[in-house]
Design a protein around this ligand. Structure first.
Ligand code: XUL
Length: 533
């Protein structure tokens, strides 16, 4: 029986999921996850990242991702040797926007990896930049303005690439570094995204990118699904020569390299072009047709859905990305996801059960108490100076603060999604916090829509494994039939369907307006008297 492997390199952890699929049977054979902070403490990350030294700068060590991949393969080979030997295809999903800088020696090194030695030690000299800026970085405001100005404004950039210039996007990140360290940029032969970097490691040659991840760079033209020369020129000299090729899904990028075959007994399985975690989640939540949206409650909170045709996102907060199914998806991203929820939980000394109790024992609407839970600089709306702010909310009241952080996250998501122009009747919930029924109730009440929790909370990883299956079917002459690929894997967990409470939903219509007014006022003023740092 063929097995399919999906790997999701998220901000905080690496997850692997093995699917077994044939005509008679389909199911998840195994899933493993490990957190970088716990298993690779030598890299010194906190929640998978390193902050500073300058304000707004957030990076990760790219060697850590390589070592994580090596260790995960070791674990899979040890725990599931039979499944690993029968692997038909593999696909990567990875946090979006992060970039990895490789020197001219990297390609030769990749092609000649020694299976007797760990991967990370062999990659020690391939990076022209020792760190990879990641999506949490908010230090490139000046570069965003410069790029937008050079191409005729943010609206021109948004119409072409699907997004106005965003600080975390790869183009502004490249521009900042190339301007500050031109010699190191000149010594850079290739700039990967996290997905193409890990895919390159798997196949032993530089891998391409898919339009889903390439559209998170401010560099891809939506109409051609290729690099847009004007944006590339506005970013850095000779940039397109350094970027991976953009190829349509479900292109096979290569086969599993000798290193993995000899070291862990993998077969020369097909490796599909990688993509970002959000495009991958689109497949893993079963959104292969228009009509539904998914909310992912992970390190970031994201809301996304398939949309008809490529169209610019205008000057709004959202993005148009390529979808792994060939079309396009709309997405809005909120930086303050799990870290803000955890901050409130820890500040009041609660467990997750205590957090849920607090939600159960406080009324929808929270007696009007509001919070702006910006523990880190926020992407949507754009907030540079992180701080928690309260309005008619008693800081000493633990339960009210728990409700306030969850209501705030749901209301801001609902308010900043109108640009997508979709009528939301049902929301699919995924990501770690989707396991919490009380959080889902707030989601349902605020959106006034049914919420279904999917049976896996890691839809990005499931999406990767399903993309591997889909590409393998297509590569062997089968039909390009997404509905049959996802069938049996993405159905909502039968018991978890949360319906909105009509009275609560009606109350949130007004509260969402109050929340938007509070948010706008603080964003405009840039500060608030009762800010908690
Ligand atoms: C999306 C975004 C985040 C990362 C997190 O635009 O920045 O969702 O992909 O993994």
């Amino acid at each position: 029986m063929p097995f399919y492997l999906g790997l999701d390199a998220s901000t905080q952890s690496l997850t692997a999921m093995l699917l077994e699929v044939d005509d008679a049977h389909r199911g998840v054979a195994a899933m493993h996850t490990f957190r970088y902070d716990d298993e690779l403490p030598q890299y010194g990350t906190t929640h998978g990242a390193i902050r500073g030294p300058e304000p707004g700068v957030v990076t990760s060590p790219p060697g850590m991702w390589a070592e994580a991949l090596d260790r995960m393969m070791a674990r899979l080979a040890q725990a599931h040797p039979r499944e690993v030997a029968d692997l038909a295809a593999v696909a990567i999903s990875a946090q979006q926007h992060g970039s990895v800088y490789l020197n001219a020696g990297a390609a030769a090194r990749l092609a000649t990896l020694d299976p007797r030695r760990p991967l990370a030690t062999q990659l020690a000299n391939v990076f022209s930049r020792p760190v990879a800026p990641i999506w949490m970085d908010s230090s490139t405001a000046a570069e965003c303005d410069a790029i937008a100005r050079a191409v005729g404004g943010h609206d021109v950039l948004a119409a072409r690439t699907g997004s106005r210039a965003f600080e975390r996007f790869t183009g502004p990140q490249i521009r900042k570094w190339a301007t500050r360290d031109p010699a190191a940029y000149a010594a850079t032969a290739r700039i990967d995204l996290v997905s193409s970097f890990l895919t390159s490691l798997l196949i032993g040659v530089p891998a391409p990118l898919d339009p889903g991840d390439a559209s998170g760079t401010n560099l891809m033209d939506l109409s051609t699904c290729d690099w847009w020369p004007e944006a590339a020129n506005a970013t850095a000299v000779d940039l397109t020569a350094r970027l991976p090729a953009v190829v349509a899904p479900p292109t096979i990028a290569g086969t599993v390299a000798q290193y993995w075959q000899l070291r862990y007994g993998l077969p020369p399985a097909r490796v599909v072009v990688g993509t970002g975690d959000n495009p991958s989640s689109l497949v893993g939540t079963g959104l292969v047709a228009e009509g539904h949206v998914a909310v992912s409650l992970g390190t970031s909170n994201t809301l996304f859905g398939l949309i008809a045709g490529a169209r610019g996102s205008g000057l709004c907060d959202g993005h148009i990305f390529g979808a792994p199914t060939g079309g396009f998806m709309g997405l809005t991203c909120f930086a303050n996801g799990s870290l803000a929820r955890e901050h409130v939980r820890d500040r009041y000394g609660l467990t997750w059960d205590g957090f849920s109790d607090a939600l159960r024992h406080t009324p929808p609407g929270n007696h009007g108490g509001l919070m702006l839970p910006w523990l880190v600089p926020e992407i949507t709306p754009h907030v540079e100076r992180a701080a928690i702010r309260r309005l008619t909310l008693d800081e000493r009241d633990a339960a009210a603060n728990v409700r306030a952080v969850v209501e705030a996250q749901m209301m801001t998501m609902a308010n900043h999604t109108d640009w997508m122009g979709v009528t939301i009747r049902e929301v699919y919930a995924t990501g770690g916090a989707s396991a919490n029924q009380e959080i889902l109730q707030v989601l349902a009440d605020v959106f006034g829509a049914d919420v279904s929790r999917l049976s896996t909370t890691n839809s990005a990883c499931l999406g990767a494994a399903l993309r591997a299956r889909h590409a393998d079917v297509v590569a062997t002459g089968g039909a390009d039939d997404w509905p049959s690929v996802i069938a049996g894997f993405v159905e909502p967990a039968a018991t978890i369907r949360v319906r909105p409470d009509p009275a609560a939903a009606a109350g949130y219509i007004d509260l969402r307006r109050r929340y938007a007014a509070f948010e706008n006022a603080v964003v405009r003023s840039g500060s608030s008297p009762d800010a908690e740092q």
